[in-house]
Design a protein around this ligand. Structure first.
Ligand SMILES: [Zn+2]
Length: 180
């Protein structure tokens, strides 16, 4: 899969650090070649090569920064469904927005509506909600511009979605704790 560099559109903002505040995020990952893995009790996933978009929200201590730090590492204890996929998938981009009410379900439904989206495993990341899943597969990465344009008006603070792309080696700088 070609991970072409995509310039952010004017509605998007690049981030220099990820805040330790509550918010909603999309984690974009790539799988190089087809692999079959087991996602805990959810069952088997025949993970096709391509791009995966995982939607989540962070309301625990450390907020977005702590959660994304978790996703960028490889978990020793597998807790979330995404921890299993993370073992074979490499993060390459993050979209996030600070919010206090959690837009993850709206984001998941919006992501499902993007051209080329498919549902690799029903209920992935959506054990506690009515979404079909919080994980979507694309043969080529979707654009934040398209995604933001499709968010419903109620979620229209989408102009504050931040866009982060970097090689994995550069991502830790974004997650550094800062005294400010
Ligand atoms: Zn949901």
């Amino acid at each position: 899969m070609s991970l072409r560099h995509r310039e952010p559109a004017p509605a998007e903002m690049t981030a220099t650090t990820i805040p330790a505040r509550q918010g909603t995020y999309a984690l974009l990952l790539t799988v190089e070649r087809r692999r079959r893995i087991t996602i805990g009790r959810l069952g088997a996933l025949a993970a096709a090569a391509g791009c995966y978009v995982y939607i989540g929200s962070a309301f625990g201590p450390g907020g977005l920064r702590a959660r994304l730090r978790h996703h960028l590492g490889v978990a020793q204890r597998l807790h979330w469904h995404i921890d299993y996929l993370r073992r074979i998938a490499t993060p390459f981009e993050i979209w996030y927005r600070e919010d206090h009410h959690g837009s993850e379900h709206v984001w998941a439904q919006t992501c499902a509506s993007l051209a080329g989206a498919s549902l690799p495993l029903p209920h992935f990341g959506a054990s506690d909600c009515t979404c079909a899943a919080h994980l979507f597969h694309f043969s080529t990465p979707p654009s934040l511009t398209d995604f933001a344009a499709r968010l419903p008006p109620a979620a229209a603070a989408h102009r504050k979605i931040h866009w982060v792309t970097a090689p994995a080696a550069a991502l830790p700088a974004l997650l550094r704790d800062q005294h400010s």
